[in-house]
Design a protein around this ligand. Structure first.
Ligand code: TGC
Ligand code: FAD
Length: 385
């Protein structure tokens, strides 16, 4: 399905990066995903082989990172999420959130210590911004970092943290300074006394992904564990820009997986003496799905060129995150409908993608928050509170 010949907009290097990740996901991840989805686990053992493809820190230069352009980075996320949103999430957190935080706000010693190991998946990382009482409005966070002789003492709880219990290091955002009014990032190592991670169970979405609470009780970190260039909520939001960019591409992969599955199904499922693909109402759905996927790809490609040109603005990222996740959810729902009762079985991928996309609509800024960011850009009036 390439009605607009979007493939022609990709260069040979971009296609080759995409095809390598696609092949890996098909051969090494797809045989595992149903079991992990059923059991609520993540196949961490595949991470080093993904690392060998240059997936982690692909957008960064130096420190063992691939330094790829925006389209290639987007296509990597697309192919990971074609497999499962949990796989893309794992990479988004390691790469777009944590490696970006260390690269942008860390010292040279932080970069030397962490980036090559995270790039090779010898170490894992998580990103702690959300709290039980502060999701969409992280500026209200209660986690504090009190300055003590030669370091800081952290107290607070972070909630809904992807990779939390498997991470060797957590990028934790906390309020510090004399009035505890300045948000800054800290590196908290696994095993630091007072620091623990508890997995969240009972999820009906993102089942093949580890999600945890982080508890910080009088956690002492050294002065050198502060990310010194972090300065305010805007530093955390700068990392989110990179991860949201990955989601914009990622959900196209999930949508394509659902579309392709539904199209195949519709061509072979016979009702009323003909394949259901021959019924007008089914064709209407297939056409809507293909149209929205095509538009989402063009939006992502335009954003990539703005990004490579260093011109991308947060409102542009918000517009595309809001749009592409919404259309991916619509595509997944239509695909599930076309597949009738089989559409709810995990013998097929569609229901898993549909359930995952409910999370993708919420995290990295909810649909409503991105709508309000675009609304603010259009009107000049913030309508958040
Ligand atoms: P506001 O006063 O608007 O902004 C504070 C400062 O930040 C600047 N800023 C940005 N900077 C960089 N990138 C952006 N996207 C930025 N948006 C705003 C802004 O200019 C300002 O700078 P300065 O110099 O004046 O200090 O802040 P606010 O408190 O009113 O909040 C704005 C809002 C609601 C848009 C923001 O809080 C927000 O985006 N909320 C959503 C929270 C969120 O997305 N959380 C995600 C947690 S991580 C996650 O979900 C990982 S999921 C795993 C995976 O990715 O797979
Ligand atoms: P709330 O902020 O309570 O929002 C609830 C509803 O109210 C939403 O519909 C929202 O749009 C709406 N709403 C809120 N404010 C407004 C407003 N001003 N105007 C209109 N509507 C509004 N966080 C991390 O820090 N790190 C992670 O690794 C991470 N991983 C996650 C993994 C999973 C599986 C999930 C589900 C979440 C994860 N999150 C993570 C948290 C995620 O970023 C938050 O869930 C998200 O920011 C929304 O916060 P909330 O769930 O508290 O919803």
């Amino acid at each position: 399905m390439d009605l607009y010949a979007n493939e022609q907009l990709l260069g040979p290097e971009e296609r080759s990066v995409r095809d390598a990740v696609r092949q890996f996901v098909k051969a090494e991840f797809m045989p595992l995903v149903r079991r992990h989805h059923r059991e609520g686990t993540f196949p961490i053992e595949i991470a080093p082989r993904l690392a060998a493809l240059g997936v982690f820190g692909a957008h960064l230069k130096g420190y063992g990172c691939a330094g790829l352009g925006a389209v290639s980075c987007g296509l990597i996320m697309q192919e990971l999420e074609r497999g499962d949103s949990g796989l893309r999430s794992f990479a988004s957190v390691q790469s777009s959130l944590c490696m970006t935080a260390i690269h942008q706000f860390g010292t040279e010693a932080h970069k030397q210590e962490w980036l090559p190991r995270l790039a090779k998946a010898e170490r894992f990382a998580c990103f702690g911004l959300t709290e039980p009482d502060f999701g969409s409005n992280p500026s209200g966070m209660r986690t504090t970092a009190r300055e003590v002789n030669g370091g800081y003492v952290l107290n607070g709880t972070k909630m809904w943290i992807t990779n939390g219990s498997i991470a060797d290091v957590a990028v934790v955002w906390a309020k510090t300074g004399p009035g505890a009014d300045s948000i800054r990032g800290f590196l908290v190592r696994k095993g630091t006394p007072g620091f623990s991670a508890r997995d969240i169970h009972g999820k009906f979405s993102m089942r093949a992904s580890i999600t945890s609470d982080l508890v910080l009780e009088d956690v002492r970190v050294d002065e050198g564990d502060l990310l010194p260039a972090s300065n305010g909520l805007k530093s955390a939001l700068a990392c989110l820009n990179q991860a949201r960019y990955g989601i914009i591409w990622g959900v196209i992969g999930a949508a394509r997986a659902c579309f392709e599955e539904a199209l195949d199904y519709a061509k072979t499922r016979v009702q009323f003496s003909r394949p259901i693909a021959g019924h007008q109402l089914v064709q209407e759905k297939l056409v809507r799905m293909a149209t929205e996927i095509t538009k989402a790809e063009l939006l992502a490609l335009r954003l990539a060129s703005l990004k490579d040109g260093g011109q991308v603005r947060p409102a542009q990222i918000s517009l595309a995150k809001m749009n592409n996740v919404e259309i991916a959810l619509d595509v997944a729902r239509m695909a599930r409908d076309i597949m009738g009762a089989n559409g709810i079985l995990d013998d097929y991928q569609t229901i898993r993608h549909l359930l995952n996309l409910e999370t993708v609509k919420t995290y990295e800024g909810t649909h409503n928050i991105h709508l309000l960011v675009v609304g603010q850009a259009l009107t000049g009036i913030g309508a958040f509170d």
